[in-house]
Design a protein around this ligand. Structure first.
Ligand SMILES: [Zn+2]
Length: 374
């Protein structure tokens, strides 16, 4: 890890080694149910994505069959990710807790399959769950109108059903047409932007991670490769393909990029210990491509060693298209003409603000899981 430490002195893009497991799944594991060691009972979680979710709230689910099929999937506006309950002879439920009273006027549910048994909408009234609505014949998608109600805590109850699991894709608590429990639908369904890449396991590689320079905050993800769990490594090399995360139009492509010399790099990195960087010329982002997607969403791909032929400003790209190759442009390794710290620095911008601004790192990690769920 020596080179990583060296890097962190001079530039903003780098990695350290801290494991972070999903903090919102409250294990204990329950192997006694069906012998499945992945079954999770009473998963707790919290959504607090700042202005990227309408209202912060906490949620608890009765059970789920695995960490990847837990209650967090209910709030991601993605029909392909599911909450799947354990198959057991107990009531299943999801509780939404807003922390204080909210006006509510409806509930939207989306199941993965057609045939489902009735469910109930309940509120906590003097310590007792009181049913205020029953959907006796649910369709695949349901919009249940509630008589206007103020509630702090709401529960959707799925009665005992030992035959099958409940599989719910989305759950929304509504006030009029406003979804109180969910994220901006522009922020899901993106592909991972690097061949064979995985989400960084360390916080230091995430957007929002503190830095001692450049306004004090890292604005992107530093992505290494699957073959080394601990960050950047030789398996990401200058032939590794960088992929468009979503359909869009290229709005920046540094076809005339000029590398910094070692002297320039040192001068500029010293200056930027105390001054913010604007990414124009001679900056640590190196050779870059930017893509504009659905209204207001821009992704930025940094440190590229090369740009794919034809990727120029104004060109349309499709999700998964190769737009360039991983590299270390803008970093000391490039100035020294070696292969040090080859990786992708990837930024997501939402309405002109980087995704992750003013959010806690566990919440950013959760939002990124939504972002990259296809
Ligand atoms: Zn970075």
């Amino acid at each position: 890890m020596t080179f990583i430490r060296k890097l962190s002195i001079g530039v903003h893009r780098c990695s350290s080694v801290v494991f972070l497991l999903l903090t919102f799944c409250n294990l204990p594991l329950r192997p006694e149910f069906g012998g499945n060691a992945n079954v999770i009972s009473k998963q707790k979680g919290e959504i607090n994505f700042g202005r990227l979710a309408n209202v912060p709230f906490k949620f608890i689910t009765s059970s789920c069959i695995s960490e990847s099929n837990c209650g967090q999937n209910l709030f991601d506006s993605n029909s392909n990710t599911l909450w799947v309950t354990d198959k057991r002879n107990e009531n299943e439920w999801v509780i939404i807790d807003f922390g204080s009273k909210r006006l509510l006027s409806g509930v939207e549910t989306e199941f993965a399959f057609m045939s489902q048994t009735p469910y109930e909408v309940q509120v906590l009234n003097r310590e007792v769950w009181t049913t205020i609505y029953t959907n006796a014949k649910p369709e695949k998608k349901n919009k249940d109108s509630l008589v206007g109600i103020d509630a702090s805590t709401i529960r959707i109850l799925f009665p005992k059903n030992s035959e099958t699991s409940y599989t719910l894709a989305n759950l929304r608590i509504l006030l009029g047409e406003t979804n109180l429990t969910g994220i901006d639908s522009r922020l899901t369904g993106f592909a991972f932007p690097i061949e064979n890449g995985i989400m960084p396991t360390d916080d230091y590689s995430l957007p929002g991670a503190p830095r001692k320079y450049r306004n004090g905050t890292h604005k992107g993800l530093d992505i290494g490769s699957k073959t080394n769990f601990f960050g950047m490594n030789s398996a990401v090399n200058k032939e590794t393909k960088i992929l468009a995360a979503q359909d869009g139009i290229v709005i920046r492509s540094d076809l005339n990029y000029q590398p910094m010399t070692e002297t320039e790099f040192k001068e500029i990195s010293t200056y930027n210990q105390t001054h913010p960087v604007t990414f124009v010329d001679k900056d640590f982002g190196g050779r870059q491509v930017w893509i504009e997607h659905k209204a207001g969403i821009i992704t930025s791909y940094n440190h590229l060693s090369g740009i794919q032929n034809g990727i120029a400003v104004g060109i349309k790209v499709r999700k998964g298209d190769t737009i360039g190759y991983a590299g270390n442009s803008g970093l000391l390794g490039e100035a020294k003409q070696n292969n040090e710290a080859v990786h992708l620095h990837f930024e997501i911008w939402v309405d002109g603000e980087f995704l992750g601004n003013d959010m806690t790192l566990p919440q950013i990690r959760k939002l990124l899981n939504y972002f990259f769920s296809e």
